[in-house]
Design a protein around this ligand. Sequence first.
Ligand code: 5GP
Ligand code: ZN
Length: 113
Amino acid sequence: MSNPCLFCRIASGEVPAKKLHEDDEVVAFWDISPQAPTHFLVIPKKHLSGPGAILSEDEALIGKVVRIGAQLARENGAEHCRLVLNNGAEAGQTVFHLHLHVLAGRAMSWPPG
Ligand code: 5GP
Ligand code: ZN
């Protein structure tokens, strides 16, 4: 039976996505419904349901997710970017596999909606 988690399936290649980066631990791909001129997601290949599921053993992995997000933003011409982790449905999380949003290319307002 295939993995029911959409982002696990993107990580494995079972579901296609336009990838910007892939290594043994992390995948980055363009968001299907971009909310800014630059909007991509960075995920760990390891399934974690969200920020609330991060264990101390995952700290280096999540640091890598953030480092790659900022690095890819820079490589795509966006020195300044917003990095977002939604944690839970009320915070706007709709896919329950941890993902870092990287948004850039327009002015960002605060507080976020
Ligand atoms: P969340 O709302 O959980 O923080 O973010 C989920 C993100 O995943 C949304 O921005 C949504 O547009 C994106 N997304 C959902 N399904 C797919 C998909 O099949 N492919 C890609 N590339 N992005 C997706
Ligand atoms: Zn998953």
